[in-house]
Write a protein that binds this ligand. Structure first.
Ligand SMILES: CC(C)(COP(=O)(O)OP(=O)(O)OC[C@H]1O[C@@H](n2cnc3c(N)ncnc32)[C@H](O)[C@@H]1OP(=O)(O)O)[C@@H](O)C(=O)NCCC(=O)NCCS
Length: 297
């Protein structure tokens, strides 16, 4: 690869001689590249972008204004990172993903978007898969994993070592505590609180509106479920608006959770009823990840 072939570089950009740029890149004013940075073909770096040492971008990657990448970040082909976003060191982002995009609700949508959403922050060592869409205004702690085709909306707080599986949707204003796993295809509704070390099996559905879009009073009553520390929610189960799944509750596969649960009980059925205690050997150790309301840590 030639260092500069059909590439446009503003004079104010700082590019060390160890950097390799593919053809047809555009590097705008005040961009600063670290040592040994590699850009594939057709990358566009808007004004003020900064890349740490050893960053590697694939082909046709676009970085918006003032995007900052720590060292050793890798980004796959055709991914866009939107303006002001911060990507911590050692992160990996797959191809065709949109990271830090700004919301654009439907004309008929009821969700109100903050005009001054803060930029997305992705903690160091995190992995984002291919074709994922992460909105601005959300913060991810260290070593988060977001799978292929997952969508995470604005104003979410994602704790350290959280796994958000392939095809999962996490709606706006939801928090997910450290070490929680949300498995393939689950739907996490808006205004939910999920504490740490929770396990959400594939294809779980959570809901937040008992009026399904009708009446004015629904706006006051809209509330997602709360899932407390160490609770496990079985495959395909459904949580109704505002229910509280207590610490270490085990929700059996296919259950319909209509009311608050009792800690350390297995619940099962449609609607779900208590059937027995969670066996002692399945409970979390008391010191497994201390509760920290102020995550990301
Ligand atoms: C709760 C669970 C562990 C089974 O509990 P269990 O009390 O040991 O149940 P058993 O297998 O002894 O079955 C007892 C009865 O309940 C029924 N049953 C079992 N699981 C059921 C469920 N999820 N919902 C409704 N009924 C269920 C059985 O058919 C059986 O009925 P019967 O007495 O009429 O024959 C299992 O249903 C479950 O939910 N596993 C979680 C799977 C999962 O989602 N994993 C996620 C990661 S992939």
């Amino acid at each position: 690869m030639q260092r500069i072939t059909n590439t446009v570089i503003c004079e104010s950009a700082q590019i060390p001689s160890s950097a390799l740029l593919g053809p047809f890149c555009v590097v705008a004013e005040n961009v600063i590249l670290g040592e040994r940075v590699i850009l594939g073909a057709g990358c566009v770096l808007a004004a003020g972008v900064r890349l740490g040492d050893n960053c590697k971008l694939g082909n046709y990657v676009t970085l918006g204004q003032d995007v900052k990448l720590g060292s050793d970040v890798q980004i796959g082909d055709h991914t866009t990172v939107y303006s002001q976003a911060f990507i911590g060191k050692d992160c990996f982002i797959g191809s065709n993903s949109s990271v830090g995009r700004y919301p654009r609700p439907a004309v008929t949508s009821t969700v109100k978007i903050q005009s001054d959403l803060p930029a997305l922050q992705l903690g160091e060592g995190s992995t984002v898969g291919c074709s994922a869409v992460l909105y601005a205004g959300s913060t991810y702690a260290e070593q988060v994993f977001v799978g292929d085709r997952a969508v995470v909306r604005e104003c979410c707080l994602i704790g350290r070592n959280v796994i958000i599986g392939s095809g999962v949707t996490v709606e706006n204003d939801t928090s997910i505590g450290a070490y929680t796993k949300v498995q393939t295809g689950s739907y996490v509704t808006a205004y939910m609180e999920i504490e740490e070390r929770v396990f959400i099996a594939p294809m779980v559905t959570t809901t937040n509106d008992n009026f399904m879009g009708r009446t004015e009073k629904r706006f006051k009553l809209v509330k997602g479920p709360t899932i407390c520390r160490g609770a496990r929610v079985g495959g395909g189960s459904i949580l109704l608006p505002g229910v509280k799944v207590a610490a270490e509750t085990f929700v059996a596969a296919g259950a319909l959770v209509t009311k608050d649960t009792v800690p350390r009980q297995v619940i099962k059925g449609f609607p779900a009823k208590e059937i027995r205690e969670v066996p002692q050997e399945e409970l979390l150790a008391p010191d497994a990840c201390l509760k920290n309301k102020n995550f990301p840590e």
